[in-house]
Design a binder for this molecule. Sequence first.
Ligand code: MN
Length: 343
Amino acid sequence: MSATEPIRHDDLRLIATEEAWASPELVNRMKKLAEHPGNDPDLNMWARFLGHNPHNETLVRRLQDIYGERIQHMDEHRVEMEILSLTAPGVQMFDRDTAVGMAAETNDTIAEAVRKHPTRFAGMASFAPQDPAAAAKEIDRAVNKLGLKTVIVNSHTNGEYLDNPKYWPILEAAVAAKAPIYIHPRNLPAPAAQFLVGDTYNVNGAFWGFAVETALHGLRLIMSGVFDRYPDLKIILGHMGEGIPYWFARLDYFYASRSKIQRPPSEYFRENFYITTSGVNDNNVLNFCHTVLGPDRIMWAIDYPYQDVLGAVEFIRTSTLPRESLDKITFQNAERIFRISRE
Ligand code: MN
């Protein structure tokens, strides 16, 4: 290879770890709520998704597909597996009983996809934080009966975060089931989200607001001492850790006067968190995260169908990281953390 020839890894085994699916029921219920979005940022976002234009119609069609276009795109780009999860905001905007029922149905459907195609799909389980006791039971059922080994939550629920003691049964259930909790983004609660949108700008959603909300959730867990209480709790953050690794020096400098936690925030992040690359197809950022977190805590993702498959595969195939690290990032870490069995 000449010095000018770009490095390519076209033979990487690829497991994509943050890939969205929407049940028709979720779409229908969001459609109903989005008829009167008020100032709710997620409902306004869904009102846009459900508006009539070709881009959004394609998006909503792809969200609801499991076995058709999705597998075609995986084949076309040689993506071996996807870890499926119910798209944001999941069941978290519905009334308690609806949410509990939908979480169980979602988990049954995703588990069926995994049973049908164990070499192509694994899945994350949904739960309804609106009913913490039911959520704890569903986590146990999803992991131990359905074989979904990780659970997902779309950040806040009605403006409340998992550090709130009312949600501790959920954290305890996740620890007992050895299931990491993927904290997927949604928009900030409405009172805060209003400051991210205006007549001439909109920095909400995937542009920037998701990262603010989800990093906030991660930092609340760290600073509130959740990991001193539950040292075995594992959290997964997408989008290269929602920016938190970039802030390690400042977090560690300022934390002591604000919290009773036993160690600097970066130590909890390094021990209790994994991150995925979802949607941040930037090798400078990957190199940085690899330097500060090491190769064992990073997993590749696409964020299908919100972002395109080609961008994500080209990004990782042109990484200049050592091959040993890339194999961990693209499949070995996912196999271990999601406890994937292909039988
Ligand atoms: Mn996503």
